[in-house]
Design a binder for this molecule. Structure first.
Ligand code: NCD
Ligand code: ZN
Length: 358
């Protein structure tokens, strides 16, 4: 039996408020525990978005009632909230800035809108950017101009990891995360009928950033030392939504991340020390998270099994990794001395989870 520290997922979409038919703080934190995570940091692109005191209270009230593991809530940078939002930094997991196309009220269309956020958000608080390709280079320049740390969400391209590597070598304060689906899937997934996995050109392969080429995937594996964190970008949408017209982008990931990455350890593509660094030590430092005393995850390293959506706690009802063979099963999760998950059952009560900024 392998013992891991409570894992931290710094990038999840729990859909509350506004889309609790996809997920909520109850189902999302249940999925987290089943996946070996004892802390999740929730993104602000909900409905309404979390971008002022009233909406932050809305999300935190729901989380307080329903969360079964610890949580933090990001606030979103909008075109009009740069004056007030910094005051919320002590209560937020961090500030999320959508610098590339995204829906809704959190889109920052031009660099003029970035400036007051970079100027006002406290340097000691995390600032996470969704910034792909050349936008990522612009965000790194902003980190340098404003002399403050930034964290790059879901890196997926070779050009991105190479630019981040070069920026780190220059001493620019940049950290980054990679999602398991960008490490294990490419833009040419299996054609229909050829075994397990996500189907090419179906709504189920839609995700942002898009799945990339084999060369991109190879360069992420070749530059593991540049990657600070693994983050799921757990973005659940129901099968009815994914298999309909204009499918929304996003994959669930909370219950598949650890088994996929433990399988990589089994195959010697990753060391266990590195997994712990990227799923506990580094996110704890980057997001300034509190200790969780008497908290650990027990994993049966030798258990081999098939990933099945039917066994998951996420409300979305599917996984892009359906049918994949993995090594390593979460047997037990203990959170602050209480058994929170054991042998397929979530034992933590609603409300056991604490706000990391509490
Ligand atoms: C995200 C979601 O569903 O909230 N989807 C995704 O594919 N990562 C939103 C987004 O990043 O646009
Ligand atoms: Zn996301």
């Amino acid at each position: 039996m392998l013992k891991l520290p409570g894992l931290i997922d710094p990038h999840v979409h729990l859909r509350e408020p506004g889309a609790t038919h996809k997920e909520d703080f109850d189902s999302g934190t249940s999925a987290a525990l089943a996946g070996g995570f004892t802390t999740v940091l929730a993104m602000p692109n909900t409905n309404p978005p979390i971008f002022d005191e009233a909406t932050l209270n809305l999300a935190l009230d729901a989380a307080k009632q329903k969360a079964r593991c610890d949580y933090g809530q990001f606030v979103g940078a909008g075109p009009n909230n740069a004056d007030g939002i910094a005051a919320l930094a002590p209560r937020a997991a961090g500030l999320k800035m959508y610098l590339d196309s995204t829906f809704g009220e959190l889109r920052l269309d031009n660099m003029i809108l970035w400036m007051p956020h970079f100027a006002n958000w406290p340097k000691s608080a995390a600032l996470v950017v969704h910034a792909e390709s050349r936008t990522l280079a612009a965000a790194i320049l902003f980190a340098e101009i404003y002399d403050r740390p930034i964290h790059i969400a879901h890196v997926s391209l070779k050009e991105e990891i190479l630019v981040i590597k070069a920026a780190k070598e220059r001493g620019i304060k940049v950290t980054c995360e990679v999602a398991p689906h960008h490490l294990f899937l490419t833009d040419s997934p299996l054609p229909a009928g050829e075994g397990p996995g996500v189907r090419a050109k179906s709504g189920r392969s839609e995700v942002r950033p898009r799945l990339a080429t084999q060369a991109d995937v190879d360069s992420l594996w070749a530059n593991l030392n540049v990657i600070d964190c693994f983050a799921t970008d757990h973005a659940p949408h129901t099968l009815a939504e994914k298999d309909f017209e204009n499918p929304p982008p996003g994959f669930p990931g909370l219950e598949t991340a650890l088994p996929l990455l433990l399988t990589a350890v089994h195959e010697r593509r990753l060391t266990l020390d590195d997994l712990i660094k990227k799923m506990h030590t580094n996110p704890k430092r980057i997001f300034n998270l509190p200790d969780q005393p008497e908290t650990w995850v027990e994993v049966d390293e030798d258990a081999t099994y098939e990933i099945r959506a039917a066994e998951q706690f996420t409300r979305c009802g599917w996984t892009p990794f359906e049918g994949w063979q993995v090594h390593g099963r979460v047997r037990k999760v203990v959170l602050r001395g209480q058994v929170a998950f054991e042998d397929g059952k979530v034992l933590a009560e609603k409300g056991l989870g604490r706000n990391v900024r509490g």
